[in-house]
Design a protein around this ligand. Structure first.
Ligand SMILES: Nc1ncnc2c1ncn2[C@@H]1O[C@H](COP(=O)(O)OP(=O)(O)OP(=O)(O)O)[C@@H](O)[C@H]1O
Ligand SMILES: [Mg+2]
Length: 512
C-alpha cells in the first residue's frame, strides 16, 4: 500500500517548557489504514500530529504526503493537502448550531445562494452519507460531549479530509457509541482514507487499528501490525513496565451516610427535565457508581450536587447539612471535592499559574491564607507535593499550565481535589484521556481515599472503570435511577439491560 503520510526525523523542542517533545520521530501511515498512535501522557503524540497539521513547525525533519515532499506552515495548508484534525479538546462554538459549526469558514458562495434551510439539508446529507446522524439545527451547547465530537468529525469530512487525525476521539464515548464509531472509521479506511487515531484505550486499538506506533518520551519505541501484538505487550511498550489491572476485591463495610440526594429534579440548559426524582445515599468508605449512556442526566445531576446548577425540587445533603442552595465554595468548605468531566473549562484556568490553579479551592483556608493574605511558601509547598505525588510531568510551580499535555492537566486537577482530604468526592469521568499507567494511579488514589473514610460518587460511562472501583452501582436512564446493584450482583449484561432502558425483573418484562 502507498504511504499517505511519511514523517522522517521529526524533532521538536519547546523552549518555554524545556521539553524535547519529539526526538527524531519516524512515523508513517498507509492509505486505507487505521493507524493507532499510543503512548503515555506527555509522550509527544499530540505534538507530532500538530506538526502534521501545521500547528507547529518541526525543528528538524521532513514530511511527505502521498509520496510528495510538503511543507505544512499552517492548518489551512494542511486542509488544502487533505489533512483534517479533531483535537483532544473541542474547538466548537457553543452558541452556534451544529450546521453553523460544520460549515464555519466555508464561504456561502461556495454552495450557491442561500436558501432557507439549505445549510441544514447539506449537513444532514453529509451526516447521513457517513452514518453519523446529527440534528443540524441544534445548538452545540445543548449537545452531549459524544455528539459534539461527532460534529467535529463531520467538520473535517466536510472539508474533504483524506487523512484524518483524531486525538483521543473515543475518550468521551460510551462503549456502545465507540463501537458505532469504529464502524465509521473502518468504513472511511475502506474507502481509501487514512485514519490516525490517538488513544489510550488499548482494547480499542486491538479492535479497530491495522497498525500501531508506540511513543515514549518523545521517541518512537515500536511500530507493529495489530496481528503481531496484544494489549499487554503494548502496555509494556508504552510505560516500560508491566501494568496490573485491578478488580475491586476487599469490601470495606460502608459506614454512616456522608452524602444524600433526595427526590432531586433538575432541568437541562434548554429547560427540559433532565433529572427526575433521583434519590440515593453515599456512605463513608463507599464508592457509589453512576453508570449510564452519556446524556441521560449525568451532567445535570453532577452539576446540581456540586453547586453548578440550580435544583428545581428536592434536596442535597452533606452529612446532615442541607447544601441544596449552598455556593460552590461553601460546599468545598464542608468537605466536598469535585473532579469535573470538562477539566479544560471547569477544572482549571489555563491563563494563570500552576500555584493559582492548585489553591483555587483552598485559598480562604489556613495555612494558605493568614489574616487575609496568601502565604506563597505554603501554596508552593502544596503545589510541589501535588506535582510529585501525582507525577504531573514537566509541570513547575510559579509557571503557566497552558502547555501541559492533556493527561497532565487532568492529573493536576485530581491532585488538587484529593489533596484537601475531602469527606465526599464527586468524580466525573476521572480517567478520561489518561494513559494506562495514570489510570492505574487514579484508581488507586480513589480507592485509598475511600478506604481512609471518604464517600465517593463516581459518574462514569466506562463500564470497566465502574466495575473496578464501585461497591454499588446505580444506573441512570432518562434522568431516573433504573436500578441499583451491588458489586457482587452486577455483571455487564445486567448493566447493559438497565442502561438501555430494559427491566431486570422477568415477570414485569412479560406483562409489558
Ligand atoms: N505548546 C507547547 N509549549 C511548550 N511545551 C509543550 C507544548 N505542547 C506540548 N508541550 C510539552 O511537550 C510534551 C509532549 O506533549 P504532548 O501534548 O505532545 O503529549 P501527548 O503524548 O499528547 O500527551 P497526552 O496523552 O497527555 O495528551 C509535554 O511535556 C508537554 O508539556
Ligand atoms: Mg495529547
Amino acid at each position: 500500500m502507498a504511504l499517505a503520510v511519511e514523517m522522517t526525523g521529526i524533532s521538536k523542542y519547546f523552549p518555554s517548557t524545556a521539553v524535547q517533545a519529539n526526538r527524531g520521530v519516524n512515523f508513517s501511515a498507509e492509505s486505507g489504514q487505521v493507524h493507532a498512535l499510543v503512548g503515555e501522557n506527555g509522550a509527544g503524540k499530540t505534538t507530532l500530529m500538530n506538526i502534521l497539521y501545521g500547528l507547529h513547525q518541526p525543528d528538524e525533519g521532513e514530511i511527505k504526503i502521498n509520496g510528495k515532499h510538503v511543507l505544512v506552515p499552517t492548518p489551512n495548508e494542511a486542509i488544502h493537502l487533505g489533512i483534517g484534525m479533531v483535537h483532544q479538546h473541542f474547538k466548537l462554538i457553543p452558541s452556534f448550531t451544529v450546521a453553523q459549526n460544520i460549515l464555519l469558514g466555508i464561504e456561502p458562495h461556495k454552495y450557491g445562494l442561500l436558501r432557507q434551510g439549505y445549510e441544514n439539508d447539506m449537513v444532514r446529507a453529509l451526516a447521513d452519507s457517513f452514518g453519523l446522524p446529527v440534528e443540524p439545527s441544534e445548538k452545540v451547547s445543548n449537545l452531549t460531549v459524544g455528539m459534539q465530537q461527532r460534529v467535529e468529525i463531520l467538520k473535517t469530512l466536510q472539508r474533504n479530509a483524506y487523512i484524518l487525525l483524531l486525538d483521543e476521539p473515543t475518550a468521551v464515548l460510551t462503549p456502545q457509541e465507540a463501537d458505532e464509531f469504529f464502524k465509521v472509521l473502518r468504513n472511511l479506511a475502506e474507502r481509501g482514507r487514512t485514519v490516525i487515531l490517538i488513544t489510550h484505550k488499548l482494547p480499542e486499538v486491538m479492535k479497530v487499528a491495522d497498525q500501531v506506533t508506540v511513543m515514549r518520551h518523545g521517541e518512537v519505541i515500536e511500530v507493529t501490525s495489530i496481528s503481531d501484538t496484544n494489549i499487554n505487550s503494548l502496555a509494556h511498550a508504552m510505560v516500560g513496565r508491566n501494568i496490573v489491572f485491578n478488580k475491586k476485591e476487599s469490601h470495606v463495610r460502608p459506614g454512616e451516610v456522608i452524602a444524600e440526594v433526595k427526590d432531586l429534579f433538575v432541568s437541562s440548559n434548554n429547560g427540559a427535565a433532565a433529572v427526575m426524582g433521583v434519590s440515593f445515599q453515599v456512605h463513608k468508605n463507599e464508592i457509589l457508581g453512576i453508570a449510564g449512556v452519556s446524556g441521560n442526566g449525568q451532567n445535570e445531576l453532577t452539576e446540581a450536587i456540586t453547586g453548578l446548577r440550580e435544583v428545581d425540587k428536592g434536596k442535597v445533603l452533606l452529612a446532615s447539612l442541607d447544601i441544596t442552595k449552598a455556593a460552590v465554595h461553601e460546599r468545598r468548605k464542608s468537605g466536598m471535592a469535585h473532579i469535573p468531566e470538562d477539566r479544560m473549562t471547569m477544572g482549571l484556568n489555563l491563563q494563570t499559574t500552576l500555584d493559582e490553579n492548585v489553591i483555587v479551592n483552598q485559598y480562604r483556608q489556613k495555612p494558605y491564607s493568614r489574616a487575609g493574605f496568601l502565604v506563597a511558601a505554603a501554596i508552593r509547598k502544596l503545589a510541589n507535593s501535588i506535582i510529585e505525588r501525582f507525577s504531573v510531568a514537566s509541570a513547575k510551580t510559579g509557571e503557566g499550565i497552558a502547555t501541559l499535555s492533556g493527561g497532565n492537566l487532568q492529573k493536576l486537577v485530581l491532585g488538587r481535589e484529593l489533596s484537601g482530604n475531602p469527606h465526599f468526592i464527586v468524580a466525573s469521568q476521572p480517567t478520561r484521556g489518561l494513559d494506562v499507567g495514570s489510570i492505574e494511579f487514579v484508581h488507586k488514589s480513589l480507592l485509598d481515599a475511600s478506604r481512609s473514610g471518604a464517600g465517593i460518587l463516581l459518574i462514569s460511562v466506562d463500564i470497566d472503570e465502574i466495575f473496578s472501583l464501585c461497591d454499588r452501582i446505580a444506573v441512570l436512564y432518562r434522568g431516573q435511577i433504573a436500578g441499583v446493584l451491588s458489586a457482587e450482583d452486577a455483571d455487564e449484561q445486567k448493566l447493559g439491560i438497565l442502561m438501555a432502558g430494559g427491566n431486570l425483573d422477568p415477570a414485569e418484562e412479560m406483562t409489558q
